[in-house]
Write a new protein. Structure first.
Length: 255
């Protein structure tokens, strides 16, 4: 419940109040405060009740569906709407549409950053990436991956297997030719490194003692159980899409 109390404090303008048990940045609470102030000026009431705060995640959940669809369209995948539904309705994500936590906003802004990278809109990539880090600082892995992926896809993807030994040199050459991308990537990574330095070399805020790096074998059991159940669902969807594509091919052949 400390997420709700923290959000209410921000909605009431008490931005210096911080619960030491919270381990993620204040992006969700700042977004809630923004919507609350906006609603207060426009409709003369604050969105600081539990139901209203949870509704913010419901809106972000709809955003996940829309941005997933946009990403699928940009990647030119078959059945983009069905694929975006798979992401938006993933049980470990979908349940947080009706709760108040950072997962939904984190996924939304990370996907928005990815969409910016796909569209070569580096300002969107940078801004959405920065906002995603205010929800979950570990999103730096994804946001940095979009940058590296763009370079590797454009260079190493065009090489034959024999020439991929030279990929590092070619990637370096590509970096020199993408000065705008380099600028935004360095700015983003610089902000993250500044945060780690300010936080005494740790990415964890608040309760660091309960968030030490260690082997968590029970998580492997959760992972395999989850994967086993929902992999079967994914296989079913894959068979449906493949069958639908085959029917389309048959119709074209008959004509």
């Amino acid at each position: 419940m400390f997420h709700i109390s923290q959000a209410k404090a921000f909605c009431n303008g008490r931005f210096t109040l911080w619960d030491p048990m919270i381990t993620t940045p204040p992006g969700l609470y700042l977004l809630s405060a923004f919507f609350s102030q906006f609603a207060e000026k426009l409709f003369s009431f604050q969105l600081s009740s539990i139901a209203a705060l949870r509704a913010i995640n419901s809106v972000l959940g709809l955003g996940v569906l829309l941005i997933s669809f946009a990403v699928a369209k940009e990647l030119k995948t078959s059945h983009p709407f069905e694929r975006s539904l798979i992401i938006a309705l993933l049980p470990t994500l979908y349940i947080f549409n009706f709760l108040y936590y950072t997962d939904v906003g984190s996924v939304f802004f990370t996907l928005l950053s990815y969409h910016g990278a796909l569209k070569k809109n580096w300002i969107l990539y940078l801004l959405a990436g920065l906002v995603s880090l205010t929800f979950r600082q570990t999103n730096i892995i994804w946001v940095a991956g979009f940058f590296v992926g763009d370079i590797v896809h454009r260079r190493a993807g065009k090489l034959s297997l024999s020439k991929r030994k030279e990929s590092l040199r070619l990637i370096y050459s590509a970096l020199l030719n993408r000065k705008q991308l380099i600028f935004f990537a360095i700015l983003l990574l610089g902000c993250f490194c500044s945060f780690v330095y300010w936080n005494n070399g740790s990415i964890v805020l608040g309760d660091k003692q309960s968030h030490q790096v260690s082997a968590h074998w029970a998580q492997m059991l959760y992972f395999f159980s989850f994967t086993s159940v929902f992999f079967a669902v994914s296989i079913g969807i894959f068979i449906y899409i493949s069958f639908d594509c085959l029917l389309g091919i048959d119709k074209d052949t008959a004509e």
